[in-house]
Design a protein around this ligand. Structure first.
Ligand SMILES: O=c1ccn([C@@H]2O[C@H](COP(=O)(O)OP(=O)(O)O[C@H]3OC[C@@H](O)[C@H](O)[C@H]3O)[C@@H](O)[C@H]2O)c(=O)[nH]1
Ligand SMILES: [O-]c1cc(O)cc2[o+]c(-c3ccc(O)cc3)c(O[C@@H]3O[C@H](CO)[C@@H](O)[C@H](O)[C@H]3O)cc12
Length: 456
């Protein structure tokens, strides 16, 4: 498969920042070893990702026009452009690009294609002649609990919330679980995601038909869950490890660097919820009031809440005046990894998307979690219950609401010098960081992964 110049790999990730970015991080690691990458992505995404391309001579972007689908706002290209409930239509748009992708792959002639949501890639493989690797950039836990053959519903039966709370037979973890009121959130997997196909069928087909399954994780964190997935699918599961860039290419923008340097080391609380989460206005206001209540300096970077066009118009009465000088609420994209490594930042309040999870583990920040989607809840259980490196913000028992007091409590328990919980998570986090950041840890995973590809 690999010629004297190594592999030629085509990457075709789901059109979401949380997927395209880790596919590109992996591309960089493979290019570092001399492999050639053709990266397929929507037009607009190219501009957002270009600066992450550390090997432009080996990684080439091929842009695709995302076709319009009725119900999607005109110009939609990625999941960041739409609320979560419209991502199913974005999957339809991606499926409608099949012929265009086929033409391109026919011309490019890669030896391997990496993909995730495009379950139809394996159907092109034998025709064009490439191997397929289904690359998953969500946790092994999220896949193991929901997207394995043992979870398949019996024909024509609906799955109840209570049933979804029970993990599938053989699921190996007793801590990474969904609570009763959260299990209902998982029922989306049995709904349509794209035309005439459920999310469950899309992902399980993508996994069953690939030559190999791979996951952006490591045995140290999720070994038994990966073994369970391999048993369920009767095929090898290759692990890439966390795959994070060793150093930031870009310096932190001056406006943030200047603002942050005005505070003592380790005192600023940074908050971001990834590329897809949009809060209800009331919840957004409660969140910012929770930050105010902590008395700590903070930098919040969130999308404007539903029904608003800017974060400023959504802020509570008098808030800006009260927090001036010690807090910022910003409605745009910031350089998260660079902010996390700024010496003044001591705490990271995040949604535990899988990318943010790895970035938080590799940082020295105290971790406070407010998960939104089901996979984020499972990642949160992994960090808070199993590894005990993070504090989860308590929500109301039967709803998804969290109060300013519970957010403030979680932040204070992580940040207060004399807090027992704070001390415990600091100590555990430091031990895990030592493992993950040890000099050969990521490199060894990549070496082994490339060997696995050669053996395909
Ligand atoms: O302002 C920001 C926000 C986020 N980011 C970056 O964007 C990335 C976000 O990725 P995450 O995986 O954490 O979160 P997303 O919500 O965008 O991901 C999506 O795919 C992965 C899944 O686990 C998540 O559930 C899903 O929502 C991170 O690499 C983060 O550093 C910024 O650089 N700036
Ligand atoms: O919410 C989720 C709960 C769960 O148990 C599993 C998943 O899996 C995936 C997934 C995505 C891609 C793969 O190759 C495998 C698994 C999830 O993906 C997210 O789905 C969202 C659709 O509602 C989508 O908007 C988001 O971009 C994906 O990251 C979610 C769960």
């Amino acid at each position: 498969m690999a010629d004297e110049n190594g592999f030629h790999i085509a990457m075709f990730p789901w059109f979401a920042t949380g997927h395209m970015t880790p596919f590109l991080h992996l591309s960089n690691k493979l290019a570092e070893k001399g492999h050639r990458i053709s990266f397929l992505l929507p037009n607009k995404a190219k501009h957002q990702l270009e600066h992450f391309n550390l090997h432009p001579s080996l990684i080439t972007f091929y842009t695709l026009t995302v076709p319009h689908v009725e119900g999607l706002p005109p110009g939609t290209e990625t999941a960041s452009d739409v609320p979560i409930f419209l991502t199913s239509l974005l999957a339809t748009a991606m499926d409608n690009m099949r012929d265009r992708v086929k033409d391109l792959l026919q011309k490019l002639k890669p030896s391997i294609v990496f993909y995730d949501m495009a379950h139809w890639i394996p159907e092109l493989a034998s025709e064009i002649g490439f191997k397929t690797v289904n690359y998953n950039v969500v946790s092994a836990a999220s896949i193991a609990i929901a997207l394995v053959p043992s979870r398949k519903p019996v024909e024509d039966r609906t799955i109840t919330g209570a049933e979804l709370m029970e993990p599938p037979q053989g699921y190996p973890s007793s801590t990474v679980l969904l609570r009763r009121h959260e299990a209902q959130g998982l029922s989306f997997i049995f709904l349509e995601f794209g035309k005439d196909i459920t999310f469950y069928d899309r992902i399980t087909i993508a996994m069953k038909r690939s030559h190999a399954i791979s996951i952006r994780t490591c045995r140290e964190l999720e070994g038994s869950l990966c073994d369970y997935i391999a048993r369920e699918y009767h095929k090898p599961v290759f692990l890439t490890g966390p795959v994070l860039p060793e150093s930031e290419k870009e310096d932190l923008q001056e406006k943030w660097a200047n603002w942050l340097k005005g505070f003592e080391p380790g005192t600023v609380v940074f908050c971001a919820f990834g590329s897809q989460v949009v809060l209800e206005k009331q919840q957004f206001q409660e969140l910012v009031l929770g930050f105010e209540l902590t008395g700590l300096p903070f930098l919040i970077a969130l999308k404007p809440p539903f029904g608003t066009t800017s974060v400023e118009e959504a802020l509570p009465e008098g808030f800006e005046e009260r927090i001036r000088g010690r807090g910022i609420v910003y409605g745009g994209w910031v350089q998260q990894p660079a902010i996390l490594s700024h010496p003044s930042v001591g705490c990271f309040v995040n949604h535990c998307g899988f990318g943010s999870m790895w970035e938080s583990l590799m940082s020295d920040c105290q971790i406070v979690l407010v998960p939104h989607l089901a996979d984020q809840i499972l990642n949160t259980r992994l960090l808070a219950e199993e590894l005990k490196v993070a504090v989860e913000v308590e929500r109301d028992n039967k709803s998804t609401w969290f109060s300013r007091e519970s957010l403030c409590r979680a932040i204070k328990s992580a940040m207060d010098r004399d807090s027992e919980v704070g001390g415990l998570i600091r100590e555990n986090h430091a031990k895990w960081k030592e493992v993950l950041a040890s000099p050969s840890f990521m490199g060894d995973y990549i070496e082994k992964f490339i060997q696995d590809l050669q053996d395909l």
